[in-house]
Design a protein around this ligand. Structure first.
Ligand code: MUC
Ligand code: MG
Length: 367
């Protein structure tokens, strides 16, 4: 049960199709694989997807902070001491995805040691989630074609549409085209990644008033404090805070300040231990919750569904679990499959997934 080593392995897998959104774009999954080793010979795994445009982390920075600061802080602790690990990692400011990956690899190692699924250790509410697919910027016809492919091949009927371009009519045209093509049965919501001002957001929401949106996410920056409060009080769908709420304290501040009425939980930034805190807080505050996507690979997507399926609140809405489909390859021995619009937990212990050593050798960047 004692942690004997923590590895941080940078890897890079190109996307078949880059994802573009208001705050950035991703062409290659330049992530960091984290492996936590124990004295029983157990190895827990997780990935850290650095997002410089969201949290300031880079692939090199994640590797360095894990090797130089975090690994020495957790080696020697045992797997049950997750709160000690959380506290020690918390001594360093920032670095959310590096901390989250260590936390989730520890939970995976614990599950494997006890021969229990992590989702059961967390809460065990269900074994699956409905899937929401995230559509990056493109022409309306191309975004409709992608949504139809996701519906026809994988049964997905919930879509998050990236918005935040100027003029706002560019994005309004996309959402209208999607609604017309997919019909009223599809769930549609939008994510602006802070691209618009509050008044642009309000104008866009007015133009989309007849399109039956489920949510609006981060349309304008939370730092535009008064404008955002004004916007949130004037729109009639839940307003999701995502990158503005990477910690429980941020959730409290944004929600009590009137700048959000729903939140995105991303295991990639809060791990399992931090996501539990955010989940419990959201439940207490009566917030809608969506399991978000940090443009995760299959390993990261499995972490999201493992957490999301563990609780009633997080499994109620479709989770953003499908963007790995755009990657040219992955690291797992058995690829994840989305069937009938759902992603199901794997039966094995821990996260229930294993790494393919040949694939890791092909994509790792450090040898
Ligand atoms: C999202 O929900 O914003 C895009 C940037 C990022 O950090 O996460 C993604 C998805
Ligand atoms: Mg978002």
């Amino acid at each position: 049960m004692k942690i004997t080593g923590v590895e941080a392995i940078p890897f890079a897998i190109p996307y078949r199709k880059p994802l573009t959104f208001a705050s950035g774009e991703v062409h290659v999954a330049e992530h960091v694989l984290v492996r936590v080793h124990t004295d029983d010979g157990v190895v827990g795994i997780a990935e850290a997807p650095p997002r410089p445009f969201t949290y300031g982390e880079t692939q090199d920075g994640v590797v360095a902070v894990i090797r130089k600061i975090f690994a020495p802080q957790v080696i020697g602790l045992n797997l049950w001491q997750r709160e000690v690990i959380h506290a020690r990692l918390g001594r360093t400011v920032g670095n959310p995805v590096a901390k989250a990956a260590i936390d989730m690899a520890v939970w995976d190692a614990l599950g494997r040691t006890l021969d229990i699924q992590v989702t059961e250790l967390l809460g065990g509410y269900t074994d699956r989630m409905r899937v929401s697919h995230m559509l990056g910027f493109d022409e309306p016809a191309a975004m409709v074609a992608e949504a139809e492919k996701m519906r026809d091949v994988h049964g997905i009927t919930t879509f998050k549409v990236k918005v935040g371009r100027r003029p706002v009519e560019l994005d309004v045209a996309v959402v209208r085209a999607l609604r017309e093509a997919l019909g009223e049965g599809a769930e549609l919501y939008i994510d602006g990644n802070r691209g618009w001002t509050a008044s642009e957001s309000a104008a866009a929401m007015k133009q989309m008033a007849d399109l039956n949106l489920l949510f609006a996410e981060e349309l304008c920056p939370a730092d535009d404090v008064l404008g955002r409060r004004w916007l949130v009080s004037h729109i009639d769908v839940p307003f999701i805070a995502d990158e503005s709420v990477p910690t429980p304290a941020d959730v409290t501040r944004e929600v009590l300040g009137g700048s959000a009425t729903a939140i995105s939980i991303k295991t990639a930034r809060t791990g399992f231990t931090g996501s539990q805190r955010v989940h419990h807080l959201a439940e207490g505050l009566g917030l809608e919750v969506v399991m978000g996507n940090q443009i995760d690979s299959q390993l990261g997507s499995m972490c999201s569904v493992v957490f999301g399926a563990a609780y009633r609140l997080t499994s109620r809405r479709a989770g953003e679990l499908s963007n790995f489909l755009d990657m040219s390859d992955d690291l797992l021995t058995e690829p994840l499959e989305i069937c009938g619009g759902e992603l199901t937990i794997r039966p094995g212990a821990g996260l229930g997934v294993d790494l393919d050593p040949d694939k890791l050798a092909r994509y790792r960047q450090d040898i």
